[in-house]
Write a protein that binds this ligand. Structure first.
Ligand code: FES
Length: 165
């Protein structure tokens, strides 16, 4: 068996000068790679946002009540959860202490959709049962999915429509 020995070799970059030709190194020419980066200003873009969002506006039952606002990623949450997460009052007095926790069995999480109903899911069978004598614009917040993962826009919600004056 023979022993191999390696000695360090100093590597130098090829000479770039045109009047000095190196005979030791000849590298193939590489084609220039062209890469362009397009920038899109959010003010001028009409394309949908990359993560579609729904803006929500919540009106109180009495004139002069403050308007609450929230934003949700499209198709990710129920209206009830958005309201509770943002500390927006959903339940009337009875519902505050006796709601079913979003199970669709108490009918106390009623809201009215003033604008943007097309951005929500269709009424569920639970809603059809609980709200059959109420206007079509009324929904149960625990059954209402905000967005469908692709749509975006604004939804206006009337809180406590049964108390509306
Ligand atoms: S929270 Fe009970 S039906 Fe919606």
């Amino acid at each position: 068996m023979s022993a191999l020995s390696f000695s360090p070799v100093a590597l130098r970059p090829p000479e770039l000068s045109s009047n000095h030709r190196s005979s030791a190194v000849s590298l193939p020419r590489r084609r220039a790679l062209s890469v362009s980066f397009a920038s899109v200003s959010p003010e001028t873009s009409t394309a949908p946002p990359q993560i579609p969002e729904i803006q929500l506006e919540f009106l109180g039952p009495k004139p002069g009540d403050p308007v609450n606002r929230a934003t949700a990623i499209s198709g990710e949450k129920l209206l009830r959860n958005i309201m509770l997460d943002n500390k927006i009052e959903l339940y009337a007095a009875y519902g505050k202490v006796m709601n079913c926790g979003g199970g669709g069995s108490c009918g106390t999480c009623i809201v009215e959709i003033i604008d943007g109903k097309d951005l929500l899911n269709e009424r569920t069978n639970t809603e059809l049962r609980y709200l059959k004598k109420n206007p079509e614009s009324w929904r149960l917040a625990c059954q209402t999915i905000v967005g469908n993962k692709e749509n975006f826009g604004k939804v206006v919600v009337q809180r406590l429509p049964q108390w509306k004056k």
